[in-house]
Ligand binder design. Structure first.
Ligand code: GDP
Length: 445
């Protein structure tokens, strides 16, 4: 079961409980059973599922008659999932970051994504390929470095990876050309003494500020043993879990890593540069349940903006709690188009078909829909775009806009309905507070 499916199952169980006339013991027991079943299907460890069930039972068990059992249960589910997938503490950017792991989870790709992300955040960084074991690793990282516009060091002939790593790190330090040096190391198909010994040598030689262990989500619960083994062999300070887009076992993997008390800092959700997401437990869980993830959305908007443009009009509009007019929706669509994979972005917006858009294959559909809606809005007057009264769009105006934009009347009606739906969700969000707490990198404290 992919994580999106787990989110849908859990959200479905909660919704069924919301739909029941009375939340009596039988309804509650049914809901808890469904939640436990969904977690087990997502490959979460049996012991963890048992604890989650017991904690949920405890959270709602002692409630007085008339108390809002449904709301308490929803909050408890969010809390339990956060606990299950935590700790998730972020790591500060360090001057030397060493990437370690087996062969194949996406270490090299993740190094490039990590560099690209920090470049967009305004850091100057360099990439060092110390993988002298896998043929092709050097060219792969070199190409990725070029794509991410990052300086690169590597050797086609050297066999001693500790030496290559040190040469690269020293060269970039000497040149004083970067704040962050990212070192990719060799992996092996399986854990073995030679791998750990090399890892130890590279770590000793480069004295990294942060060792990042990269692992593949599709191994599910086996992540526990793997994360433990790497943690014992090297001073692992953070974990990146890759391939969260494909495997059926992402939830199991995340919760297994959490059990080793290693903070997951990022998750990867695809093969491309922007498919690296900061991992914060609560927003992740909220998104899983289709509740939206506005702090991450605002982060993305800030990342997409030039550094001196942090007071961007749309962010102010989004965060300032102003009316959600058609023009705001238009500008939001415009920004979204320039902000990387649509599925990722869409899923951060509550009310915008979050779970639907996360599914692979639906992205193009979502993109086309946005473009269609923007074409329709292009045929509207300023008064209509800035107005907050739906009455402006009467039958004859709808027909006129449809004609002007070359779309069907049904498309215009669908766009207006969509706007109404998002505006309704939007109006309930305490956004102005979020803007107050936005720091210079655009992340929410
Ligand atoms: P390494 O041996 O650990 O350095 O692995 P690579 O970086 O060469 O990646 C192995 C394969 O996994 C490549 O085909 C990558 O494109 C792919 N890959 C890496 N990260 C992800 C991810 O998050 N999702 C998906 N679907 N594929 C990924």
């Amino acid at each position: 079961m992919v994580l999106g499916d787990l989110g849908k199952s859990l959200a479905g169980s909660l919704a069924r409980m919301h739909g029941a006339t009375v939340a009596d013991d039988a309804v509650l027991a049914g809901c808890l059973n469904e939640i436990a079943r969904a977690l087990l299907q997502a490959d979460v460890r049996f012991e963890t599922v048992r604890d989650v069930r017991a904690n949920l039972q405890r959270a709602v068990g002692g409630l007085a008659a008339g108390a809002n059992t449904r709301r308490v249960l929803q909050q408890a589910v969010v809390g339990e999932l956060c606990r299950m997938l935590g700790p998730g503490a972020g790591a500060a950017p360090a001057s030397v970051v060493l990437f370690v792991g087996l062969q194949g989870p996406g270490k090299t790709t993740t190094c490039a994504k990590y560099a690209d992300l920090h470049r967009r955040r305004g850091f100057r960084q360099a990439l060092v390929c110390a993988d002298t074991f896998r043929a092709g690793a050097l060219d792969q990282l070199k190409q990725n470095a070029a794509r991410a516009k990052v300086p690169f060091y590597g050797s086609y002939t050297a066999t001693d990876q500790a030496r290559v790593a040190v040469e690269g790190v020293e060269m970039f330090r000497r040149e004083k050309c970067c704040d962050l040096i990212i070192v990719d190391t060799s992996g092996r198909h399986r854990q073995e003494a030679a791998l750990f010994e090399e890892m130890r040598q590279v770590a000793e030689a480069t004295r990294p500020d942060l060792v990042v262990f990269v692992m593949d989500a599709s191994i599910g619960q086996a992540a526990f043993d793997q994360a433990q083994a790497f943690k014992r062999a090297a001073p692992v300070g953070a974990v990146i879990v890759t391939k969260m887009d494909g495997g059926a076992k992402g939830g199991g993997a995340l919760s297994a890593v959490a059990t080793t008390e290693s903070p997951v800092i990022f998750i990867c959700t695809g093969e491309h540069m922007p498919d690296l997401e900061a991992f914060h437990v609560e927003p992740f869980v909220r998104r899983l349940l289709g509740l939206g993830n506005l702090p991450d959305l605002i982060d993305k908007i800030h990342e997409a903006m030039p550094p001196d443009d942090t007071e961007d009009d749309m962010v102010k509009k989004l965060a300032g709690g102003g009316a959600f007019t058609l023009r705001v929706m238009y500008e939001m669509f415009q920004k979204l188009q320039s902000m990387g994979p649509l599925g990722q972005i869409m899923s951060m917006i509550p009310g915008l078909g979050a779970q639907l858009m996360m599914e692979k294959g639906k992205e193009r559909e979502g993109q086309a829909k946005m473009k269609r809606y923007m074409t329709i809005m292009d045929s509207m007057t300023d008064e209509e775009l800035d107005g907050t009264s739906p009455k402006l769009m009467n039958r004859s105006r709808i027909a006129r806009v449809a004609w002007g934009s070359g779309r069907l009347v049904a498309d215009v009606v669908a766009m207006l309905e969509e706007h109404k739906r998002i505006a309704k969700v939007w109006s309930k969000l305490p956004m102005s507070k979020r803007l107050m707490n936005t720091n210079s990198h655009g992340s929410i404290k």
